[in-house]
Design a protein around this ligand. Sequence first.
Ligand code: SF4
Length: 472
Amino acid sequence: MCLGIPGRVTEIYEAGGIRMGKVDFAGITKEVCLAYVPEIQLGDYTIVHVGFAITQLDEESARESLELFTEMGRLNEELNPEEAELAASFPPPRCGARPVKYLDEFRDPELAASMFAEIRAITTRPWAIMEVCGGQTHSIIRNGIDQLLPPEIELIHGPGCPVCVTPLEMIDKALVIAGVPNVIFCSFGDMLRVPGSEKDLFRIKSEGGDVRIVYSPLDAVKIAQVNPTREVVFFAIGFETTAPANAMAAHLAAQLELKNFSLLVSHVLVPPAISAIMESPVCRVQAFLAAGHVCSVMGTEEYRPLVEKYHVPIVVTGFEPLDVLEGIRRTVLQLEGGRAELDNAYARAVRPEGNLPARQMLGDVFEVTDRGWRGIGVIPQSGWRLAEHYRTFDAELRFDVGEIRTQESALCKSGEVLQGLLKPNQCPAFGKECTPRTPLGATMVSTEGACAAYYQYGRFTAASDHSIPLYS
Ligand code: SF4
């Protein structure tokens, strides 16, 4: 659910006072909300995330990204989540794991080779760079980028997977609410297999709970409209990329005066997480690759104070292999030159001011709050909750879930993985007790999770990676 998929706008129309449209994704057509991209016209290309267009894209970039998604098998996964999630319940065994790719498998091997050569040429000493986004982690592991870089450069996988960092307490609340008779519990597909303390949402569904996978939060609003006697709850998780879609769902529910719709909100924000990483006395991270799709919504400027305060380079980067390489190249250039600057290496999708209509909606519907991150703990002012005038749609207030006592798996080291203390294949349970078929932690479930990436791309051998804490 973390990625944005490029597609071509084939229809534009109004529905319920909201600008909507049809978007073609390499032959798969979906209804998409266009409210946040008023400039988009018929035939234009856009990046779509959970049913919402978040930014415009040029045709060449869109076509290249679509080819990549098709190659990665992610198109159906993102656009038809219910089908994909059922398939994911029966993933291939370890022997079907795909090995990492090599240089000649890059889309443009010559360009990739010259970028690797330049990075090698400019690197004179060790550097630790964190890629924040789980989509970037998958791109790095799938293409073996970390193995092709000079040994001085270590890539540390960051906590930028929304499914992975949703706190266990919130998963357990979702399980309680989903089990309430008369509730229709709607969620993005990834969340159904995330283990709570005792079970997951798939188990609630198999026990008779009405748990539904939706492509977009607007689908949950429609379900509430056609089921006026049922309580419909949407599990509103994610980073800044996903929050505008959930904000629109709350806004629309208010407009429609829906009394049977609510959101279980667990939104998290990237800049406070970067701040928490840098504040740790044992932090090793020397530069960040910031998540391009988050910045397409929020813009780049909220990173500038972090660059200045911590004297740390932050380079906004896409998720395609060459995007990631370019981000690393620009980062190493800064590090070697003793510079710390905010740099936008994803300018084809990210404007400095971000998406203003989306930011306006976010400011209206949400307010900043402290938020727990699974495996990390509470980070001050690192999340969003519904603002006072939308609190009537807060599922936590509507349902009395009682005291939640959480219990993480004793075997699971996902907290350390999320904090960069361990690489996934250094977890003793990796590939043994814990596989995508039998996940013990969220990082093995999510399509953006680091453990899932290491398993999917055959990284079964523990490397002699650093194990120095990033956080106190
Ligand atoms: S491999 Fe499994 S048990 Fe180990 S950290 Fe990852 S999710 Fe947890």
